[in-house]
Design a protein around this ligand. Structure first.
Ligand code: NDP
Length: 293
């Protein structure tokens, strides 16, 4: 079994991003600039955004954080998004999800200028992704593709089962794996909570990508010998074992599943780190105007 080491891969990719950011600074006098909007005090969101900001600084980007408390109105947020859309000093921005219930995430996503949508959630980017056109790819699925590419994992012709169909992970993941590209060209089954007898599908899978949000959901009896298992889950539980007071668990019962796998991602130290690298790559692409003018 080989561990798919998100730390190793992300550090390698960040070195390259830092080189390109330095070149861009020399050519244009500007650093790539990412802005994050954070609404409320959700512990998970705080941690993810702080990590995104820290990583920007590490690779030589400028980063800015705009904070609102839970009571911010949808309209106020939409006005800020319009402001950022028009601000030429900003290359890309993200609105950290989840948002409070009174704010419609679809409205927020569609308000972001797709040319600055470095999370890759805007329908224009999703449509272009489906058509294999240059665009910002959604950060988590993009990170998984970079990981598969780094380890030279063959996906063409393989049976891939994606568990979970969210707009930000499962659905775009299934599109990327099925696209006529490398990695890609897999035969993909997209499963969800209404899937009957999930195990029947997962047992035939050469590649399982789990994005459910339930600790230890994928158990050893669901996985065939030699499978590649990608665990997207980030389930936070209160813990006295860590300094932060929280411990992260994946969607896969790692201890029992890992011995059966050819490759598997750990949690933490797997997909989460790749998500951040993808965001950096998208921000660099935005600053270089690689996809859109
Ligand atoms: P969502 O809650 O949006 O989606 C979960 C999906 O799982 C849904 O499609 C749901 O089906 C499906 N599901 C729920 N129960 C079952 C079941 N019993 N059998 C099969 N499918 C089921 O979650 P996200 O996609 O946003 O996130 C998934 C996990 O990944 C979370 O732990 C999240 O924290 C983590 N995550 C990690 C990231 C990273 O960088 N590592 C980034 C983003 C998320 P249905 O549609 O029918 O309800």
């Amino acid at each position: 079994m080989t561990l798919l080491d998100g730390k190793l891969v992300s550090e390698e990719l960040k070195k390259q991003i830092a080189i390109e950011a330095a070149e861009l600074l020399e050519q244009t006098g500007r650093k790539p600039h990412l802005v994050a909007i954070l609404v409320g005090n959700d512990g998970g969101s705080e941690t993810y955004v702080a990590s995104k900001m820290r990583n920007c600084e590490k690779v030589g980007f400028k980063s800015s954080l705009i904070r609102y408390n839970d009571s911010v109105s949808e309209n106020e947020l939409l006005i800020k998004i319009q402001e950022l859309n028009l601000d030429s000093s900003i290359d890309g921005f993200i609105v950290q999800l989840p948002l409070p219930k009174h704010i419609n995430p679809e409205k927020v996503t569609e308000a972001i200028d797709y040319k600055k949508d470095v999370d890759g959630f805007h329908p224009i980017n999703l449509g272009r992704m489906q058509r294999n056109l240059p665009c910002f790819l959604p950060a988590t699925p993009f990170g998984i593709m970079l990981m598969l590419e780094f380890y030279g994992i063959v996906t063409a012709g393989k049976n891939c089962v994606v568990i979970g169909r969210s707009n930000i992970v499962g659905s775009p993941m299934s599109i990327l794996m099925a696209r006529n590209a490398n990695p890609g060209n897999a035969t993909v089954t997209l499963t969800h909570s209404k899937t009957i007898n999930l195990k029947e599908f997962t047992l035939k899978a050469d590649i399982i990508i789990a994005a459910i949000g339930q600790k230890n959901f994928v158990t050893a009896d669901m996985v065939k010998d030699g499978a590649v298992v990608i665990d997207v889950g980030m389930n936070r539980e209160i813990s006295t074992e860590t300094k932060s007071g929280f411990k992260l668990y994946g969607d896969v019962d790692f201890d029992n599943v890992a011995p059966k796998c050819s490759y598997i991602t750990p949690v933490p130290g797997g997909v989460g780190l790749m998500t951040i690298v993808s965001l950096l790559k998208n921000t660099l692409s935005a600053a270089k105007k690689e996809f859109y003018n």
